[in-house]
Design a protein around this ligand. Structure first.
Ligand code: TRP
Length: 336
């Protein structure tokens, strides 16, 4: 167990597929379990910059909560909450804004990319860019600093945000007094990319994905659709060129993987049998979570609101302490 605080935000992105599970969700759950304090939250105010349908925002947030809860997030170990349920974060944004140079926001990759795109398309540089997008790094810094976070596991695209967070914390600490811990980013290898059922990388946009949550019949049907060549069952096959085997390795035990490898290489494994074995390990992994997920989504108010409220209580506690110290540091009345 690492005696450090780890924190991550997830933006709602719709129903996950097994590639998301292996590349992002499972490693995040493992990291959370390995650290003394862990925070995981739904970045719904970040999502709001782009979402305009209240129903979508609501449903997407529930979907994230149901996903992580169904896949084993332990609320006693990980503080799991909605960003929007922790108002202290937004007050912290205001405090940080006072010491953050505008030029820092101007240098944000995400903002600059949006501006470049507008220019390329011959539009006004700031067309369709809202202040939420512009100040995205400010909110992200508040997310992180409020929990006195040590480590933020992120993908490559988020590294700049962590650097900005350290910059802002530094400006504040140097101007007033040391209130914020400077977080470090932990660059996650861009997650295992799984092949989809047609052999290209698994992606919703290729429609070749296997959803995490689906009923067993549908799951079986999808697995049976995996593309193979026409080798006979008795022909030796190279497992490393084989979609079924590649998927299998992520869900099977080491022994099971080795057995399938040897069977393929020795000419003792047909594609149909291998698909059945793959289906079985997927069932073993996702059948129960699917039942939970469906139960949660059928009544999110009962199963998810309390769950998230519980997390928010704990998140607000630490957020309040940090905010109070920051208020006091600048000459405002501390809380309490
Ligand atoms: N920006 C992150 C993303 O797009 C989501 C996020 C918001 C986040 N706040 C955060 C991640 C704080 C880590 C820490 O994926």
């Amino acid at each position: 167990m690492v005696g450090k605080t780890i924190l991550t935000g997830v933006k709602p992105t719709g129903a996950p597929h097994i590639g998301n599970y292996i590349g992002a969700i499972r490693p995040a759950l493992a990291l959370a379990a390995a650290h003394e304090k862990s925070y995981l939250f739904i970045a719904d105010y970040h999502a709001l910059n782009a979402v305009r349908d209240p129903k979508v925002l609501r449903e997407d947030s529930y979907q994230v909560a149901a996903t992580w809860r169904a896949l084993g997030l332990d609320a006693k170990r990980t503080v799991f909450y909605r960003q929007s349920d922790v108002p202290e974060i937004f007050e912290l944004v205001t405090l940080l804004a006072a010491v953050t140079p505008k030029g820092l926001m101007d240098r944000s990759h995400a903002y600059k990319a949006a501006v470049d795109k507008n220019r390329e398309e011959g539009r006004d540089a700031d067309a369709d860019i809202n202040m939420g997008l512009y100040t995205y790094p400010l909110l992200m810094a508040a997310d992180i600093l409020m929990a006195q976070t040590d480590i933020v596991p992120v993908g490559k695209d988020q590294v700049q945000h962590i650097e900005f967070t350290r910059d802002m914390a530094g400006y504040f600490n140097n101007t007033f007094k040391p209130v914020f811990k400077l977080p470090e980013c932990r660059l996650e290898k861009s997650g295992a990319l799984l092949p989809g059922i047609d052999g290209r990388k698994m992606s919703k946009s290729y429609n070749n994905h296997i959803p995490v949550f689906m009923d067993s019949k549908m799951r079986r049907k999808l697995v049976m659709k995996i593309v193979t060549d026409s080798k006979l069952p008795t022909e030796p096959k190279n497992p490393d060129e084989n979609i079924i085997f590649q998927l299998y390795t992520h869900f099977a035990t080491a022994d099971e993987t080795e057995t399938m490898r040897l069977a393929f290489e020795g000419g003792g494994m047909g594609y149909g049998d291998a698909k059945q074995l793959l289906f079985e390990v997927l069932e073993r992994t996702f059948e129960r979570p699917t039942a939970f997920y469906n139960e949660f989504m059928a009544n999110p108010r009962l199963h998810l609101d309390d769950f998230l409220d519980f997390g928010a209580v704990h998140a607000r506690k630490v957020a309040r302490e940090t905010l109070s110290a920051a208020r006091e540091a600048v000459g405002l009345k501390p809380l309490h």
